[in-house]
Design a protein around this ligand. Structure first.
Ligand code: MRU
Length: 357
């Protein structure tokens, strides 16, 4: 378990504390947020990130919004607040589900005080449920690895750990559960350009846990699969369409292709809130485009005074253009199994499996 000092989301009744993931691991600082507006900015600017953590933070943003008001409420006011939070990041479906549920829970309510209480307890409930789901997912994941083997070498992408969830994590949760089952795990963490979730956050979490971890740049996985015995690729996800096409951090698709080429099993770790059966295929999943400067310079790595943690932050010529799609779609045929809290299954079984949860 990640040390409580590094839990990403801590609700403090009158304000929200978020571990600022833009400046980890260089600095461990918490943002103290007491308005919905500031919390929305924190989501958009990725002080908090990872699909489950975004959804939980979104509900606390709603709570802070409701707490700042009093007396009677109109439908227009709640819809405005709900949609401002919903628009903070578009790709992960978890946030849309949370907003839909938050709306549903206040249908008959006429005053802001009661709404604030309902949303506050929903946020706390989400944290509890997410942790439990991750632990179950982790145990299910362990069952896919041969019992008689004592050591596993695993490639992962982005950060899917305690920092991206309410604790334990999804893909990193399986790794934690394997370790807890007495296995030795060696992790290869894709650096995950441009935001460096792998080198900054996954490596940080693995080192804290004492799990052997090597950072690789995003283009190294092919070499690795040729030169080391890689047992599996484990990734998280932001949205899974009905046919199994999966949106996850940019670079996941490339990893899926390389894994297929080398016969390495590619597993997507997902909780039930990752599936969006309203979408037939990945083509319908909205892909967030982020600002070019994340690619042309280490723009986000600034300290609290706005000073770059890297000198000037530049890694490209002045005026160079860039593309920055923040997610990509891994095609279903590249995925061997989804690992969920309700079992492990191939893309072809998604619809049937979801009927029972
Ligand atoms: O842009 P991010 O850092 O929010 O993207 C995170 C990912 O893509 C994760 O793999 C995904 O949200 C799953 S986290 C359990």
């Amino acid at each position: 378990m990640t040390h409580p000092e590094f839990l990403p989301i801590q609700w403090k009744s009158t304000y929200l504390e978020l571990l600022d993931q833009r400046i980890l691991p260089g600095k461990k600082e918490f943002l103290k947020l007491s308005t919905a507006e500031d919390t929305i900015v924190a989501i958009r600017e990725m002080a908090v990130r990872g699909a489950p953590a975004i959804a939980i933070t979104g509900v606390f943003a709603l709570t802070l919004g409701a707490k700042s008001k009093s007396g009677g409420v109109t439908e227009k006011e709640t819809l405005q607040l709900l949609s401002s939070v919903l628009e903070s990041r578009p790709t992960a479906v978890n946030l849309s589900y949370a907003i839909r549920e938050a709306k549903h829970r206040i249908q008959e309510v006429k005053d802001w005080e009661t709404i604030a209480k309902i949303w506050e307890s929903y946020g706390l409930e989400m944290m509890k449920d997410d942790l439990a789901a991750n632990k179950a997912l982790g145990e299910n994941g362990v069952s896919l690895f041969p019992e008689n083997q004592s050591e596993f070498h695993i490639i992962t992408h982005c950060n899917t750990g305690a920092l991206a969830t309410a604790g334990h994590g999804t893909a990193l949760g399986v790794i934690r559960s394997l370790r807890d089952a007495g296995k030795k795990v060696v992790v290869y963490a894709d650096e995950t350009r441009p935001f460096l979730q792998g080198s900054r956050l996954t490596a940080f979490e693995m080192m804290e846990e004492g799990i052997e971890c090597y950072i690789i740049t995003d283009g190294m996985s092919g070499w690795l699969m040729n030169h080391k015995n890689i047992d599996a690729v484990l990734v998280g996800c932001d949205r899974v369409a009905a046919n199994g096409d999966t949106a996850n951090k940019i670079g996941t698709y490339n990893l899926g292709i390389v894994a297929k080429e080398h016969g390495v099993p590619f597993y997507v770790c997902a909780t039930k809130d990752s599936f969006d059966l309203n979408l037939k295929s990945g083509e319908e999943i909205p892909i967030e485009m982020r600002k070019e400067s994340e690619v042309t310079q280490f723009d986000f790595l600034k300290d609290a005074d706005g000073k770059y943690l890297f000198p000037e932050g530049k890694t490209s010529p002045l005026g160079a253009r860039a593309l920055n799609p923040s997610f990509d779609i891994t095609k279903a045929h590249l995925i061997k199994n989804f690992i969920t809290e309700f079992g492990c299954f191939p893309p072809s079984e998604i619809s049937d499996r979801l009927k029972s949860v």
